[in-house]
Design a protein around this ligand. Sequence first.
Ligand code: GDP
Ligand code: CA
Length: 315
Amino acid sequence: MPRPRHPMITALAGGVGAARLLRGLIEVVPPSCVTAIVNTGDDTVLHGLHISPDLDTVVYTLADAINPDTGWGLAGETWQVMASLERLGGVTWFSLGDQDLATHCYRTQRLHEGATLTAVTEELARSWGVEISIVPVTDDPLRTRLQLIDGPEIDFQEYFVKMHHDVAVADVRFEGAKHALPAPGVLDAIARAETIVVCPSNPVVSIGPLLAVPGVLEQLRLRREQIVGISPIIAGAALKGPAARLMREMGFESSVVGVAKWYASWVATLVIDESDAESAAAVEAEGVRCVVAPTVMSTVERSAALSQVVLDALG
Ligand code: GDP
Ligand code: CA
């Protein structure tokens, strides 16, 4: 008799919040059933190296190699290269640990050899023993650019790391998106999944770039009933980072209702934190089913419990 097949699950992912959810998800379903479509709008080139922060955060977290204090980079990292760069007066505002640098060297070399980002990501994931399928949303260049109110248009990492996202943004665009093709398997993973989960990631700069790749939003709209989002906004604020501020700057309320409005055309169900329980009716008034649950993933157990809530949300 054939073994019962577990339903396929596809996740839309940014960095830390997504990685934590995925780490819990593989506690409750076999990893081979999971595909994560990951943001590459944060990618940048520094020291001539191609850096993909969200892909690396997802891989390192699933490998249990992530630095638990920061949520990015490797645990037990050393910083000798950074210290030497500092002495040279080189670029040091973006911290790259010694072991982490090997990832970027490897990726850059493989891309120079003509490998796609999809292929390189698969190689890196395999090297870490990660069994879920991790795919960049596109193999083509996609760069999140932020137009400042009192200043120039800048790159995502300049905004996020160099300026500590402490600056007013007038507009966000995704350079290259119009001509980008979804990476192989991306549309198929959306078309075939029994459940599609929108991880608790920044709606503007982590989920936004995924939706900007032609074909992705159209495919998601066809699967709306199967899509469950998790609000990255809890009690009106982001746990970390500029999600709440950017939502307000883009004209949305920074609340679970704002998230519901932002996602309503393609997401049928939204999981909100228990601290937002009183907003459930307002979320449903946006045409989105609402599930209330603990959503702060401070441990793998909590991440696993939240993953189970997502799977149960579709009955
Ligand atoms: P990145 O890690 O900088 O790439 O940012 P993400 O795209 O992952 O987005 C960070 C968002 O995820 C912030 O709005 C956080 O509030 C949210 N987030 C991070 N961890 C959690 C969590 O445990 N639960 C929930 N609900 N949201 C989270
Ligand atoms: Ca990110």
